[in-house]
Structures are given as structure tokens and as C-alpha cells.
Design a protein around this ligand. Structure first.
Ligand code: NAD
Ligand code: UDP
Length: 319
């Protein structure tokens, strides 16, 4: 790639699960990447392999404080994504989404950078429309335990569209549905990492509620491809746009699949369903197909195989 095509790209939350995979892709494409993270849920080991690369720079920084750098593109991923982590310090979660968005939008305004927001299917809350299309406004509790994340992300979307209308900025809003893969934190409490770790350790698999609630699981490589396509789309494409895998599974089906694939002897145990836990979730990806020519390619079993291999290595390392 010539120096003209190579861009200076800021990835906030770059040491996290999705951020680290994004950094890999951007470095492989020949860009300069500034990875910013406060290591709340991310880890230096996720990007350790990139540290010797001349195009890669890692900076400890909290996005709730302003940042002055020169960049052409910003991917704003900073925010804990697991319910356990985002509920640990809910005030900080809202600050990260809202102050973080204001700071990064301010940076984009000054530099003229295109900015992409990692939004979420949680903006739909416990949806009454199924599958979820982007024009559905959602069913969100503003004062519950998930609200710091849901409303924080909704407010960030509002800010993105107001900056776009008021300051004519180049924005991209991506609504990410449950994504899994290597480099998820083994203790982050999300369902895929929990089930695999429990199975590999021979512990009981914890089903919250009766396990009939559904989720649609997207493998990380597919997700990152969609994210980059959205960033590279024409300026008039602002989103919001759903990116996720429409294959819908009950949580019980996922547990049974993990047990079968790991060969574990784990039993299923039932725990109370967390408050406001959405009962069903499935993306309508018509827009992504039509506008970005994107659709997922990795079936659940193939993705789980790679994810199980990653966690197996972690467990063996720790033994
Ligand atoms: P993650 O927790 O692995 O990564 C988030 C990263 O942001 C971490 O490295 C964390 O340390 C960092 N961070 C948190 N607060 C920060 C702050 N104030 N300043 C700087 N860095 C901060 O989660 P992930 O799954 O990689 O999610 C990345 C983004 O995608 C998040 O914004 C999340 O809301 C969004 N998202 C993810 C999913 C999913 O299924 N993985 C679904 C919907 C939306
Ligand atoms: N879940 C579960 N057992 C676990 C972890 C999660 O049954 O050990 C359920 C959780 O209640 C939810 C679904 O799995 O219905 C997905 O949870 P996750 O935290 O991964 O993400 P969410 O989509 O709820 O944000």
C-alpha cells in the first residue's frame, strides 16, 4: 500500500475483544493504528503481538477525558460489553458511553475524521418486534440494572446523529449483535465464554432462567469484516445498521452444543434470570446485505470450534 492510501486510525477500546481483532485487520492492511484503552476489561496481551510493528502504537487513556491526536478515522469501541462488567460501576459505564462519545466526536470534528460508533442490539431492549429492524425504536427500561449500558449507548447514538446534522460530520453507527470468538475474557461473564470455561473445567453449566431465551451469535471475523465495510462505505451511509448473524439459538441449545463439542460431563444447573434480560434477539440484516454487500459466513459450530480451542489453550496454560 502506498503512503497515500495508508490512513492514521484511532481504535478506542483497542485492547478489548473486538478492538484487538480490528487492530489486527487494520495493521495487516498497512494502516497506522493508535490503540487507546484504559484496560478496564481489555488486556495488553490481546495486542502484545502487535507491539513490534512500526505502524502500531498503544496508549493507556480513558475516553471520558479529552484526547488530542491527529487521525483520519476513529473506531469508537471503548465500553465494557459484558453485563457483569458494565453493571460493576454503572455510573462509569454511562460516562464512558456519553462523555466518551462527546470527546471522540469532538476529536473527529477538529480533525475531519470519519467516526464509527460500536453501538449495540441492546438499544432495542427487550424487543417486541422480531427480528429487529433498524427502524424499530426499542423497548428499554430507563431505570433498571441494564440501563447504564442501554441508555448510554442510545444517548451516544443521539450524539452521533446530532453532530452529523449540526456539524455535517461523517458518522457511521453500527448495531452489533452478540459476537464471540478468541480473546473474549475468560471471566467476563458472557454466555459463550462462561459455558466454554465451565465445560472445560468440568463444572456445571449455569443456565439463567429456563434457558429458553434466544440470542443470535456472530463469529468475530465476520463482525470485523462488517465493521470495516461500514467504515469504508460512502459518506452518505450513516447507519444505523445491524451487524450480526441471524442464526437464532436458545441458550439451552447453546449449552447442549458446547457440552457436545467439548465432550464435557457437565450437568445443566438453573439460576434466576437476571432482571430485564431480553427474551429474544435476532438481527434483520437486510440493510447490511443491500448497502454493504455483507453477510456472515461462519456457522456457529465452526466458530465455536475455534473459540473452544482458544479457551482450551488458556486452561492448559494456567494448569
Ligand atoms: P470488551 O470489554 O472486550 O472491550 C471493551 C474495551 O474498552 C476494553 O478493552 C476496555 O478496557 C475498554 N474500555 C472500557 N472503558 C474504557 C474507557 N473509559 N476508556 C478507554 N477504554 C475503555 O468488549 P467487546 O466485546 O470487545 O466490545 C467492544 C465494543 O463493541 C463495546 O463498545 C461494546 O459495547 C460493543 N458491542 C459488543 C458486542 C459483543 O457481543 N461483543 C455486542 C454489542 C456491542
Ligand atoms: N446466560 C446464561 N448463563 C450464563 C451467562 C449468560 O444463561 O452463565 C444468559 C443470559 O441470561 C442471557 C444470555 O445468556 O439471556 C446472553 O447473555 P450475555 O451476558 O452473553 O449477553 P446479553 O445478550 O444478555 O447482553
Amino acid at each position: 500500500m502506498s503512503r497515500l492510501e495508508s490512513k492514521r486510525i484511532l481504535v478506542t477500546g483497542g485492547a478489548g475483544f473486538l478492538g484487538s481483532h480490528l487492530c489486527d485487520r487494520l495493521i495487516a492492511a498497512g494502516h497506522e493504528v493508535l490503540c487507546v484503552d484504559n484496560y478496564f476489561t481489555g488486556r495488553r496481551r490481546n495486542v502484545a503481538h502487535l507491539l513490534d510493528n512500526a505502524g502500531f502504537e498503544l496508549m493507556r487513556h480513558d475516553v471520558t477525558f479529552p484526547l488530542y491526536v491527529e487521525v483520519d478515522e476513529i473506531y469508537n469501541l471503548a465500553c465494557p460489553a459484558s453485563p457483569v462488567h458494565y453493571q460493576h460501576d454503572p455510573v462509569q459505564t454511562t460516562k464512558t458511553s456519553v462523555h466518551g462519545a462527546i470527546n471522540m466526536l469532538g476529536l473527529a470534528k477538529r480533525t475531519g475524521a470519519t467516526i464509527l460508533q460500536a453501538s449495540t442490539s441492546e438499544v432495542y431492549g427487550d424487543p417486541t418486534v422480531h427480528p429487529q429492524t433498524e427502524d424499530y425504536w426499542g423497548n428499554v427500561n430507563p431505570i433498571g440494572p441494564r440501563s447504564c449500558y442501554d441508555e448510554g449507548k442510545r444517548c451516544a447514538e443521539t450524539l452521533f446523529f446530532d453532530y452529523h446534522r449540526q456539524h455535517n460530520m461523517k458518522i457511521k453507527v453500527m448495531r452489533i449483535f452478540n459476537t464471540y470468538g478468541p480473546r473474549m475474557h475468560p471471566a467476563d461473564g458472557r454466555v459463550v465464554s462462561n459455558f466454554i470455561m465451565q465445560a472445560l473445567r468440568g463444572e456445571p453449566i449455569t443456565l439463567y432462567g429456563d434457558g429458553s431465551q434466544t440470542r443470535s451469535f456472530c463469529y468475530v471475523d465476520d463482525l470485523i469484516e462488517g465493521m470495516i465495510r461500514l467504515m469504508e462505505s460512502p459518506d452518505e451511509v450513516t447507519g444505523p445498521i445491524n451487524i450480526g448473524n441471524p442464526g437464532e439459538f436458545s441458550i439451552r441449545e447453546l449449552a447442549e452444543k458446547v457440552i457436545e463439542m467439548t465432550g464435557a460431563k457437565s450437568e445443566l444447573v438453573f439460576r434466576p434470570l437476571p432482571e430485564n434480560d431480553p427474551m429474544q434477539r435476532q438481527p434483520d440484516i437486510t440493510r447490511a446485505r443491500e448497502i454493504l454487500g455483507w453477510e456472515p459466513t461462519v456457522p456457529l459450530e465452526a466458530g465455536l470450534e475455534k473459540t473452544i480451542a482458544y479457551f482450551r489453550e488458556l486452561v492448559e496454560e494456567a494448569a
